[in-house]
Design a protein. Structure first.
Length: 344
């Protein structure tokens, strides 16, 4: 079974093709990705209308590229999957519309995929694929969640952010420091030159006794410290503040993840989403895994960002497990807001 996946939820256009054979984990045949970072950089963030227009320009050429690289013809596609939500409504409609039009022309079924489920399952494409059950730390864009994952489609929410997500804390802190867009990777890079103990920043909800997150207060604390540095802080001062902000975010993510493992009694942790590429987060989780005797799994760095491979994979795994069925009802819709634990 060949599954074509199309991702267009925000500012990356991703297309990929996977092959599923029996119960084995699907294999990735080819993928292509276009990032809109350069286009949105002038505005300091994603402009939804521009994002939608760019998806229209990119999705078909990327699809042709993927099929050519895989050596697969259009008629060999068995299912066309697309990101149904959450995300920007206009951007989602582009991917959904193209997917359903292509499927209708080929007389093939379609399957709408939850964006976060794609992230959650993306480590199954890595060399060190996880096994069910596990705890998942989802740190993608505006989402920070801990889930207990028993099987494909069987997700139980353990905790989530009550305001800003970890990715937003990275991006907003970076913007306060004048690092531009996208801020998270820039802040992490600057942090490598700084002293993480230079500034005392809060660790919100670290000792709350639950598994929820809150990062809005940390962003405010970074703003206050930045103002105290005056109008012309030195490069070293900025690096120290970046390192201190990163340390606060990472400490909360690590300790809450460890608490989730303890609460569930599970010994596997899966980390996915854009923040999952953060080197300091990976270093601290790996160290904790060695100390405490649990396993931690990550997607390949190239699959931490939004991509078509995770959408094709999630669709294939849902079809394999019987958690979903593809359909030839081409009257599509999208869900800009959609909780992961509410997937039907």
């Amino acid at each position: 079974m060949h599954v074509l996946g199309i991702e267009s939820s925000c500012d990356e256009t991703g297309v990929a093709l996977v092959r599923a054979t029996g119960p084995a984990i699907p294999s990735l045949l080819a993928q292509a990705l276009h990032s809109q970072v350069a286009m949105h950089a002038d505005y300091g963030g994603v402009v939804p209308e521009l994002a939608s227009r760019d998806h229209i320009r990119r999705v078909l050429p990327l699809t042709r590229q993927v099929l050519a690289e895989a050596g697969i013809g259009l008629r060999q596609i068995d299912v066309v999957a697309f990101t149904r939500g959450p995300g920007l409504a206009g951007a989602l409609l582009v991917g959904a519309g193209v997917a359903c039009a292509l499927a209708a022309a080929l007389d093939r079924p379609t399957l709408g995929v939850h964006h976060l489920e794609g992230h959650l399952l993306s480590p199954f494409l890595s060399a060190d694929a996880p096994q069910f059950p596990f705890v998942a730390l989802l740190v993608s864009g505006g989402h920070t969640q801990l889930m207990r994952v028993a099987a494909v489609g069987d997700y139980h929410l353990l905790g989530e952010t009550i305001d800003d997500a970890a990715g937003e804390a990275f991006d907003k802190s970076a913007k306060l420091l004048g690092l531009g867009y996208p801020g998270g990777p820039a802040l992490a890079q600057l942090a490598t030159q700084g002293d993480a103990g230079a500034f005392k920043l809060p660790r919100p909800l670290l000792h709350s006794g639950d598994l929820d997150f809150s990062f809005a207060g940390l962003k405010t604390a970074v703003m206050v410290q930045h103002r105290k540095l005056g109008p012309a802080p030195s490069t070293q001062q900025l690096a120290d503040l970046a390192a201190s902000a990163q340390a606060a975010i990472v400490e909360v993510l690590v300790k809450k993840s460890l608490a989730a493992l303890k609460a569930t009694g599970l010994t596997r942790l899966v980390v996915s989403g854009g923040v999952g590429a953060n080197a300091e987060l990976r270093r601290q989780l790996d160290a904790a895994a060695l100390r405490s005797g649990f396993r931690v799994h990550y997607p390949a760095l190239a699959l931490c960002t939004d991509n078509g491979a995770m959408i094709a994979l999630a669709a294939a795994m849902r079809l394999q497990s019987g958690a979903a069925a593809a359909t030839k009802d081409y009257a599509f819709d999208v869900r800009p807001r959609w909780a992961l634990d509410q997937i039907s």
